[in-house]
Design a protein around this ligand. Sequence first.
Ligand code: ARG
Length: 572
Amino acid sequence: MSYKQQVANALHTALEQLGAADFSPQKVAEMLETPPNPQLGDLAFPCFQLAKTLRKAPPQIASELAGLVESRYLDKVEAVGPYVNCFLNRSLVTAEVIRTIAEQGPAYGSRNIGEGRNVPIDLSSPNIAKPFSMGHLRSTVIGNAIANILEKHGYRPVRINHLGDWGTQFGKLIVAYKLWGDEEKVKQEPIKELLALYVKFHEEAEKDPSLEEKGREWFKRLEDGDEEARKLWQWFRDESLKEFMKIYELLGVSFDSTHGEAFYNDKMDRVIRLLEEKNLLVESNGALVVNLDEYDMPPCLIKKSDGATLYATRDLAAALYRHETYDFAKALYVVGNEQRLHFQQIFRVLEKMGYEWAKEMYHIPFGMMLKDGKKMSTRKGQVVLLEEVLAQAITDVAKVIEEKNPTLANKEEVARQVGVGAVIFHDLKNYRLNDINFSWEEMLTFEGETGPYVQYTHARACSLLRKGGYQPGSPAFDLDAGALDSAEAWSVVTLLTAFPEVLDRAREQFDPSQVGKYVIDLAQAFNKYYANVRILAEDDRIKMSRLALVAAVVTVLREGLRLLGLAAPEEM
Ligand code: ARG
């Protein structure tokens, strides 16, 4: 139990004695504040809300309460005006958090909220034959981190790559390939070549509108299972996926399912039948739609006038499939903010169909990646290939390592972990809905709020443990808390105790940036401790006690980075 909760329990017991039993331990914990300066203690309990229950003035309540609070976690309790100020027994808190982390290791902060229930997470989901965009990168790293955090709290995340592998554009692509395509070129650089064909199709179609008609025909053939169309589509899909896999491998992300849109082809009739049965389908200009007037939303388009189904229809089929397959606790969609309306429509349609579980579906939107204030776009062949971004980051880090630590073992591996980590962290330290400005400098520096900074701090802490001959686990039980009596150590300790709460917030809000910001704070606090306290002291017990705190920092930084999807090399 956190010390905050311990203090809240003690306050609760005292409140019971005063006759305010309706203030539960949990409520009290929520009411606890951090005083504006340390002279006022570590925690303050405001008594305003009690005035009504107890029919007394808050300062009087505070002074009565202060006399009743008792806890071995508290050195001193003092009433100041309407507040009860609590001064922690810092040695006890310090010793406990160090011991807890030493005992639990990477499991520190784990909880069983999810009770093993499934949470399908729709993430990444790039479009076949198109470049993997910055938006897809954001979805991949945000979705993966959310999956890790949910898993830490007892859910079973199911990572689903809902590939954009269906739609009229594949008809166009087939036409373009048959007219101007070259097998060898596609094999060599599939995405680049297929994108070029697609762009060319649109240029030519402006001069010759009959191409559009041909595109529709070929898509129809594809939908009807025509062998040639199928084969080409399968080939485009395979080649594209091979390219995407390179990126996933670099990022260290894997999927439990790559059922894309095409997978739902034979599952859409059922959706349409269900909608019909429930009298939800209406005709509008020859198309079939579900009206969403009552939600102030435009209608959801289910079937076009030419009979073709749509993105939304496939998402409805996918939602039914996921519910039936996973019996989920929640279902998440990590997709850019520009699709907000689409998902609201899907969820509302499911609600209208009478599915209670639609309430447990969440769109998790995120902002854009900007470069010089503009959206990083992949249109018109002007491709910012993500693979190139990752490769560049790795090369840049490799240069820094070559300068700073040329004798480092497995340099390449570390350069990869840090380069890729820089890209991931650059994304995850920001609240997901904010737009991000893509900046090499900001991403790669070993100082400042970056992935490399946190990883470097972790490596530094590891090297300190090696130098000090620290054996993991052992000294935590013979700790000299006096050796850790400094403002710098205390900042580190309070951050360590906060890790579980940070994870709670991150889980509740689907917000990995809580963890991103936290590891920066912890790294900064650790570096102050490192700079101001002689950790490798003469006296062995003092040294080991100080190192025990370092070991706790290593464990938590490492686990925080893991949750975000970053490796934590022990040397760099
Ligand atoms: N392929 C889509 C795109 O790139 C994203 C798909 C998101 N997932 C979903 N179930 N609709 O815009």
